[in-house]
Design a protein around this ligand. Structure first.
Ligand code: HNI
Length: 147
């Protein structure tokens, strides 16, 4: 069971309260698909991913970025039991989507970079520590139903 300090909780809820899901979700997913091109294989039905411009202007990718952030939202609302909150999502990624769980960490890193760029100097070391702890728990929970 993960323990959260009051400071960590307020940092995480504070970030999400002010996050523009459309901007951050799309930017993070685009970055993941461009920086780690093998992740594109899971989005074969999303249309044109031919190059970075195509990825950045693909409306299906932008919409899916928002969906991912709504997924993270679920973790924020269930910080004391992210594992249970993500059980179904983990089964989906494992058994139906067959997403290699190593990719969760790659997307998490892209999210960190995009959020850090957005927050600028307010992305302090304390903020980074809480944020990365949160994403590490998310990544672990998403990988739980793999076997
Ligand atoms: Ni992921 C669907 C959340 C990482 C590939 N993903 C979802 C959905 C949520 C979600 C929510 C929608 C589920 C539903 O429809 O019930 N995904 C998350 C989260 C992370 C993550 C929170 C990590 C932080 N997903 C990844 C990664 C990949 C990925 C790293 C592939 C590289 N996800 C998918 C695919 C779908 C998906 C593919 C289905 C898309 C569709 O609509 O066809």
């Amino acid at each position: 069971m993960v323990e959260w300090s009051e400071q960590e909780r307020s940092i995480i809820t504070g970030i999400f309260a002010n996050l523009d899901y459309e901007e951050i979700g799309a930017k993070a997913l685009c970055r993941c698909l461009i920086v780690y091109p093998w992740t594109q294989r899971y989005f074969g039905s999303f249309g044109n991913l031919y190059n970075a411009d195509a990825i950045k202007t693909n409306p299906n990718i932008a919409a899916h970025g928002v969906k991912i952030l709504h997924g993270l939202d679920r973790a924020v609302k269930n910080m004391d039991n992210i594992k249970a909150a993500y059980a179904e999502l983990s089964v989906l990624h494992s058994e139906k989507l067959h997403v290699d769980p190593d990719n969760f960490k790659l997307l998490a890193d892209c999210l960190t970079i995009v959020v850090a760029a957005k927050l600028g100097s307010s992305f302090t070391a304390d903020t980074q520590a809480a944020w990365q702890k949160f994403l590490a728990v998310v990544v672990s929970a998403l990988g739980r139903q793999y076997h």
